[in-house]
Design a protein around this ligand. Structure first.
Ligand SMILES: Nc1ncnc2c1ncn2[C@@H]1O[C@H](COP(=O)(O)OP(=O)(O)O)[C@@H](O)[C@H]1O
Ligand SMILES: [Mg+2]
Length: 244
């Protein structure tokens, strides 16, 4: 196996607030790594560091061959082509169709022809089960469908790594299921992914590695079943029992 993400002793503060306090973590190609932890423990900040949305204070991060800790040498454009990120809010462009939401970056950033871009849109929409909705506008879709379009839009760039930050948190339970299903399919097809999630059952069943973050640190890390059944720290034990 080869590491697609390698984080070593990452520190990041916002003013006096130490948000990441020496995080080290590796993600191997094809793995699903799920990050859990209380609000404010630094999960989102960690994900944002991985595609260069945050400048780090110290430590080494290599993502898909890019050294994030050398901002002067970092090719952000290339990094972001290789690393897709999906947030809780889907941020689709409201005034264009589902298909155009997906083809926009392909024709403008990747300079593909309209025909090539539409072919890719067809493929990724099929993957998330929404090919029939290509001519719809975002507001005509449910929240779950919009989130699946957001995932498809990210996949259209052919990323090597996908980051998901609580992508189901704004959704009703029945819509959550359809989005998790898309993520499960993606993982089965070999996509490397790091997700922050509250979906404990999903993380436990599907993640290769579970990471419990607490106070800006990787507090515990390992196979999900082990962490759930034998938490080593009182903090994880408490988190797991309050969450299930
Ligand atoms: N852009 C920012 N500016 C200042 N403080 C921030 C910023 N982003 C996050 N923080 C702070 O960093 C801490 C961790 O936040 P976050 O990474 O969002 O945690 P989590 O995702 O685990 O809830 C919080 O105290 C939050 O207020
Ligand atoms: Mg967060």
């Amino acid at each position: 196996m080869s590491a697609i993400v390698s984080i070593n002793n990452l520190h990041k503060s916002f003013g006096a607030n130490k948000v990441l306090n020496g995080v080290s973590l590796d993600v191997q190609k094809g793995q699903m790594v799920a990050i859990i932890g209380r609000s404010g423990s630094g999960k989102s900040t960690l994900l944002r560091c991985l595609n260069g949305l945050e400048r780090i204070d110290s430590g080494d991060i290599n993502v898909c061959g890019h050294d994030i800790h050398h901002p002067d040498k970092l090719n952000l454009r290339e990094l972001r082509k290789q690393v897709g990120i999906v947030f809780q809010s889907y941020n689709l462009f409201p005034h264009v169709t589902v298909e155009r939401n997906i083809t926009l970056a392909l024709t403008t950033i990747k300079k593909l022809s309209s025909a090539e871009a539409k072919k890719i849109a067809h493929n990724v929409l099929t993957l998330v089960g929404l090919e029939a909705k290509k001519d719809a506008y975002p507001e005509q879709l449910s929240g779950g469908q919009q989130q699946r379009v957001a995932i498809a839009r990210s996949l259209a760039m052919a990323p090597e790594l996908m980051l998901f930050d609580e992508v189901t948190s704004a959704l009703d339970p029945e819509l959550t299921g359809e989005v998790l299903k898309v993520m499960e399919d993606l993982s089965r097809q070999g996509m490397t992914m790091v997700l922050v999630t509250h979906e404990m059952a999903f993380a436990r069943k599907l993640a290769d590695i579970l990471v419990f973050m607490h106070q800006g640190k990787v507090w515990e890390v390992g196979p999900p079943d082990e962490l759930f059944t034998h938490p080593k720290t009182a903090e994880l034990a408490k988190f797991v029992s309050s969450d299930l």
